[in-house]
Design a binder for this molecule. Structure first.
Ligand code: 3SL
Length: 241
C-alpha cells in the first residue's frame, strides 16, 4: 500500500524526498481554494508564480493576472485572491497568472514531485480519487503562513487522510495529528477555526464569506495538476456540481 504523510510548512520540505511522490499542495485560505474555483468557472490554465513582477509580466502573454499580499489584492492586477472574484465569467477560457503570499510558493516548491495536485476542501474527493488511481506515496504540503504552521491546511490534510485511510498507510505523527484534529473539528470547522490566526486576519479584512466558502466540502470535481509550467484541470469541462 502507498503511504500518506503531511509536511506542515514549505520550510520543512527539505526533510522530504519528493521523487516518486505525489504532492498535494494546499492553502485553504485561500489560494488553492481560489484556483479550484477558477477552474470550476472555466479558467483554461493557471500559472502560479512566486514574485509580483513575474506575475505582472504574464499580462504581455495575454494572461489575466492575479496577486495577493498579506490578504489584500495587490495593486495593478486584474484579480485578487477571493474565490468570489473568479465567479463572474471573467476567467472563462482565459489563462490566469497568480501570485499569493504562501499558496503559490507551496506549489512551486513542490515541483520536484512526480505529480503535484492542488487540493482544497472544495475538490476533496476529486483529489482523493486521483491519488487512489496514481498509487504513489503522497505528501500533503501545507502552505502555512510565512513558513509557520496553520490550522486550516492541517485540517484539510486530516480530511484527506480520512478519505484515504483504507487505501493508504501512514506511520508518522504528522498524519495522525492532522487526522485527529480534523475529527475533533469536523462538526463545525468555522467555529473551530475562529481563533486561528489567518481567520482573524481575514475577518479583520471583512471577508468572512470567503472563509465559509472555502470550508465547503466537495463542491467541485476540479482536479488541478502541474504540467510543465502551469496548472491544468485534469477533469476539465465538468459542470459545477
Ligand atoms: O497566503 C496565501 O497564499 C493566500 O492564500 C493568503 S490570503 O487568503 O489571500 O490572505
Amino acid at each position: 500500500m502507498p503511504s500518506i504523510d503531511v509536511c506542515f510548512s514549505p520550510e520543512l520540505l527539505h526533510l522530504y524526498d519528493l521523487k516518486g511522490k505525489a504532492v498535494v499542495a494546499v492553502d485553504i485560505l485561500r489560494a488553492t481554494s481560489t484556483m479550484v474555483t477558477a477552474f470550476a468557472h472555466g479558467a483554461a490554465d493557471i500559472f502560479p508564480v512566486m514574485q509580483l513582477e513575474e506575475c505582472r509580466a504574464y499580462a504581455e502573454k495575454g494572461c489575466l493576472t492575479a496577486a495577493e499580499r498579506d490578504g489584500v489584492k495587490a495593486e495593478g492586477f486584474d484579480l485578487g485572491n477571493s474565490p468570489f472574484g473568479y465567479m463572474s465569467g471573467k476567467v472563462k477560457d482565459r489563462s490566469v497568472a497568480i501570485t499569493t503570499t504562501n499558496g503559490t510558493r507551496a506549489i512551486r516548491m513542490s515541483e520536484a514531485a512526480d505529480e503535484v495536485v492542488v487540493g482544497s476542501f472544495l475538490n476533496l474527493q476529486a483529489v482523493a480519487d486521483h491519488l487512489e488511481s496514481l498509487q504513489l506515496d503522497v505528501l500533503v504540503v501545507c502552505a502555512g503562513w510565512k513558513g509557520k504552521f496553520n490550522l486550516e491546511d492541517t485540517l484539510y490534510a486530516g480530511a484527506l487522510v480520512e478519505r484515504l485511510q483504507d487505501t493508504f498507510t501512514s506511520e508518522n505523527d504528522a498524519t495522525l495529528a492532522s487526522l485527529y484534529l480534523y475529527q475533533a473539528a469536523r462538526h463545525d470547522l468555522t467555529a473551530f477555526l475562529r481563533q486561528s490566526s489567518h481567520v482573524r486576519r481575514l475577518e479583520n479584512l471583512e471577508i468572512n464569506k470567503d472563509i465559509e466558502f472555502c470550508l465547503q466540502h466537495d463542491t467541485f470535481k476540479v482536479l488541478p495538476v502541474w504540467r510543465q509550467d502551469r496548472l491544468i484541470d485534469l477533469n476539465a469541462k465538468r459542470e459545477l456540481v
